[in-house]
Design a protein around this ligand. Structure first.
Ligand code: ADP
Length: 160
């Protein structure tokens, strides 16, 4: 039984994240989407809001769970009894940072293995930050985020 942890900020979850989750769920026995509560970041959505939006977006995937964590990823992995991490790669620009993280995580806890999944091409330009920017100015984010997120963004920015 291989449990894969997919960690991230998910502020908010996008179709790019969902694509990685769906594909990961076909490969691994269980995927745990782990929402990072980072006290140094000032997220648009609280960690509980982010968790709920992911839960609503993955409701049809029976082997996907959503949790939150704080602190070091390797400590969370140990508590979960998991050693596989999934990270998505959009472009070469993601690679350097991701390689640094993966290498450091293995140094901190050698059993850790990071699996990189390339994004589907139609989502390679997509990020949570760009979605927030578009929504803030009333732009159309349909097709970029799951429907519950579209609705939550509208409410957050007081657009009905
Ligand atoms: P973090 O702050 O940890 O980078 P994010 O929520 O931005 O958290 O991203 C979580 C993971 O999802 C990362 O591995 C990131 O590369 C990946 N990711 C982000 N956007 C996309 C996308 N459009 N397609 C595929 N993977 C993505």
């Amino acid at each position: 039984m291989i449990i894969a942890i997919y960690p991230g900020s998910f502020d908010p979850i996008t179709m790019g994240h969902l694509d990685i989750i769906e594909r990961g769920a076909h490969i691994f026995d269980e995927v745990v989407v782990a929402v990072l509560e980072n006290p140094h970041k000032n997220p648009l959505f609280s960690v509980e809001e982010r968790k709920l939006l992911i839960e609503q977006s993955v409701a049809s995937l029976s082997n996907v769970k959503v949790e939150t964590f704080m602190g070091l990823l390797v400590d969370y992995l140990r508590v979960k009894g998991a050693r596989v991490v999934i990270r998505g790669l959009r472009a070469v620009s993601d690679f350097e940072f991701e390689l640094q993280n993966a290498t450091m995580n293995r140094k901190l806890w050698p059993p850790t293995e990071t699996f990189f999944m390339p994004t589907s091409t139609n989502y390679s330009y997509l990020s949570s930050s760009i979605v927030k920017e578009i929504a803030k100015y009333g732009g159309d984010v349909s097709g970029l985020v799951p429907p519950p997120v579209e609705e939550a963004l509208r409410k957050k920015f007081n657009r009905g």
